[in-house]
Write a protein that binds this ligand. Structure first.
Ligand SMILES: NC(=O)c1ccc[n+]([C@@H]2O[C@H](COP(=O)([O-])OP(=O)(O)OC[C@H]3O[C@@H](n4cnc5c(N)ncnc54)[C@H](OP(=O)(O)O)[C@@H]3O)[C@@H](O)[C@H]2O)c1
Length: 262
């Protein structure tokens, strides 16, 4: 499948986020640069980084060296909540490190420890978006109740909530709560939060001649949940992007969903 045909979700402001992205936590230095370059070469058009990952410079260099146009790569970075009160300075540092004029998505990496900071941080995120520094803004590791607080205070829903997610954490209700609020669910640690040797995954993988890891990613995408697998291994980077040549049946999707109940 050509990357232009990769499935997407649409965020407020008509911002198109590819459902398959590339994770970069613990991919630092030259290895991080190489991994992102390999990922762009393998067809990923969505890269997930964060101030905390210490690799924005390498991510930016890889995007530049890929020769792709800036508008063809979806870039996410994240605000560490200990930067409360220094939000603008922090995104400006991110943009400088990435060497771009804007990011596509800026997330609050996790809820600030002082509950009173929740709304002020969110207002700063919205202000950065309105200033054109991020095309969309959202959150990470937020509960539905915390998302509701943001919406009640500002009438602006986070475009995305990035949370730990996998078949083994599948929670139909939590997913529906996001959908009902217009918040796209983005899953992280799809493999670390999975048992890739589980018999349900190996059976379904065998039936399609793919790996359990590929089944896990395809399952996210079929649920319209963003998946951001990380790898620094060239073969895995390629295999994790090669998930559009097979599809899961409704029964297989149900069997994988049921892993969340065990
Ligand atoms: N918002 C947050 O708080 C938060 C928290 C955690 C993660 N994230 C984001 O989500 C991304 C993904 O999560 P993650 O890095 O925690 O975990 P992950 O993507 O679930 O797993 C990465 C691990 O799986 C290995 N792996 C990759 N492809 C594989 C395959 N096909 N088969 C078997 N093993 C494979 C990788 O090894 P190699 O690299 O050695 O190939 C690495 O050890 C992160 O990189 C980050 O961008 C966000």
């Amino acid at each position: 499948m050509d990357h232009a045909d990769h499935p997407i979700a649409v965020l407020p402001g008509d911002v198109r986020i590819p459902l398959l992205g590339f994770g970069t936590w613990q991919a630092t230095g030259e290895a991080g640069f190489r991994a992102v370059l390999d990922a762009l070469d393998a067809g990923y058009r969505h890269i997930d980084t964060a101030t905390m990952y210490g690799n924005e410079k390498e991510v930016g260099r890889a995007v530049r060296e890929s020769g792709l146009r800036r508008e063809d790569v979806f870039l996410t970075t994240k605000l560490p909540p200990e930067r409360v009160g220094r939000e603008r300075e922090t995104i400006e540092e991110s943009l400088r490190a990435l060497d771009v004029d804007y990011v596509d998505l800026w997330l609050v990496h996790w809820p600030p420890s002082a509950p009173g900071d929740l709304i002020p941080v969110w207002r700063e995120m919205l202000a950065a978006r309105d200033a054109g520094l991020a095309r969309a803004v959202g959150v990470s590791n937020f509960s539905t109740a915390q998302i509701d607080e943001l919406i009640q205070a500002t009438e602006e829903n986070p475009a995305v909530n990035q949370i730990r997610w996998s078949p083994f954490l599948y929670d139909r209700q939590r997913h529906a709560e996001h959908r009902d609020r217009g918040v796209v669910l983005e899953g992280y640690s799809p493999f670390k939060a999975s048992d890739l040797s589980d018999p349900v995954l190996t059976r379904i993988a065998g039936a399609h001649n793919v790996s359990p890891a590929q089944v896990v990613l395809r399952w996210h995408i079929d649920h319209e949940i963003v998946a951001i697998p990380k790898s620094v291994t060239p073969e895995r980077i390629r295999a994790n992007a090669d998930v559009f040549g097979f599809s899961l049946t409704a029964e297989e999707m149900r069997d994988i969903d049921a892993l969340g109940n065990v």
